[in-house]
Design a protein around this ligand. Structure first.
Ligand code: PMP
Length: 401
């Protein structure tokens, strides 16, 4: 028997991937499952981006890259941070990572020691909980209920900060709620952070281009005086439909980036040169595709909201960004499903939806907000219509059972 490290012992697999695996197994067994579990664009990577990768590979860009990223991509990302996010950056202020996920891994591993507390507004992407626990840190959730627009309340944030608080993780547009940052929230957060100079912030802006109503705002641009302790991260996965290319980037204080580069150099020897060439083409190429895709995702959001509006037992607030719906399912609790199961919590609801309605979703408890389920709206209109129809039928029969 292998004696695994304590670190592995406290690490759990992401619930999103677990649900996707269950959906795949059911499909392999011949069931017609619709999977809305993983947050992944169904649209293709733009052809000019694929071409750039092809040319890079044929042209010999096949050697080890610098750990922090190629010069070409650090330049393109610096221009992008300035253009899209209002953050002044030079190439030396950019670290290129294996997906946005590694930027968060590098950032957490470089500042969190066992016992350090990390404030995470909930609901939150499950990946934060995973990496904080891996590092031995303690996730401290800040409740951001639907009634508050899933946004951080400054007083609640202030009350959660203690002597062991090291880090705050912000994520707007938010996975899973779709909430976006507004000026009032960022001003409130900045005021609290000014009173607590020992607290660092990661701003995960991976959904920055997926905003349907309102404007994109980010902490480091809204409060430049805090830029010395805010790391802003983004990537090409969601905006340019490049999840499989594993390409992210971040900007922030140089000492933090240097420590992160050390972590990254310990784990990997940098990011695929071919993916980096592709990302340069994505960032420097035509940007009108972002608006085209935003329009598609907005239409799908409206389709799902409209289709689920009549579903008894579900209450869905309006996501302002990202590509998820995050309805409350609390009115379904205590009800009996068509096959006779009593729904005790959100996990029961997600499991019953998969087994009885053949739609894979993710329970809200995976995002530190039980009482909800998350559906990805990054699927074709036809699939979304069929999935909503199945959910509707499930809710009607469950509520009448
Ligand atoms: N942050 C959030 C909020 C996400 O939803 C995801 C992907 N699901 C990531 C980071 C990771 O992105 P990447 O695929 O670029 O690693």
């Amino acid at each position: 028997m292998i004696q695994f490290s304590a670190r592995v012992g406290r690490t759990r697999p992401a619930a999103t991937f677990a649900m996707a695996a269950r959906a795949r197994a059911l499909r392999a067994a011949g069931h017609d499952v619709i999977s809305l579990s993983i947050g992944e664009p169904d649209l293709p990577t733009p052809p000019h981006v694929v071409d750039a990768a092809h040319r890079a590979a044929l042209g010999g860009q096949t050697r080890y890259p610098p750990i922090a990223g190629t010069d070409a991509l650090r330049c393109a990302a610096a221009r992008k941070f300035e253009r899209d996010q209002g953050l002044p950056a030079t190439p030396a202020d950019v670290l290129v990572t294996n997906g946005g996920k590694q930027a968060i891994f590098d950032a957490v591993m470089s500042v969190i020691d066992p016992g350090d507390e990390v404030l995470i507004p909930a609901p939150c992407w499950a990946g934060y909980i995973q990496v904080v626990e891996f590092a031995g840190g303690i996730p401290v959730f800040i409740d951001c209920p639907a009634e508050a627009g899933f946004r951080v309340d400054a007083a609640t944030l202030a009350a959660a900060i203690g002597p062991r608080t090291k880090l705050l993780v912000l994520n707007y547009p938010n996975n899973p709620s779709g909430a976006i940052a507004d000026a009032a929230m960022l001003i409130g957060i900045a005021d609290v952070l000014r009173r607590h100079p020992h607290v660092l912030t990661i701003s995960d802006d991976i959904y920055e281009h997926l905003i349907f109503e309102g404007a994109y705002l980010t902490l480091a641009a809204a409060a430049p005086d805090l830029a010395g302790r805010v790391l802003t991260m983004s990537g090409v996965s969601k905006s340019y439909a490049m999840t499989g290319w594993r390409l992210g980037f971040c900007t922030g204080p140089r000492d933090w980036l240097a420590a992160m580069t050390l972590v990254q150099g310990t784990a990997t020897a940098g990011v695929s040169t071919i993916s980096q060439a592709a990302a340069v083409a994505a960032l420097d190429g035509p940007q009108d595709l972002l608006e085209e895709r935003r329009t598609i995702y907005r239409r799908r959001r409206d389709l799902v909201l409209g289709a689920l509006a009549g579903a008894p037992g579900l209450t869905c607030s309006r996501p302002e960004g990202a590509f998820y719906a995050f309805p409350s399912i609390t009115s379904l609790l205590g009800c009996r499903t068509p096959s006779g199961r009593i729904l005790g919590n959100d996990e029961d609801v997600a499991n019953a939806l998969l087994d009885e309605a053949l739609v894979a979703t993710v329970p809200g408890s995976a995002f530190a907000m039980p009482g909800h389920i998350r559906l990805s709206t990054a699927a074709s209109d036809a699939l979304l219509e069929e999935a909503c129809e199945r959910i509707l039928r499930f809710c009607i029969t469950t509520c009448n059972h």
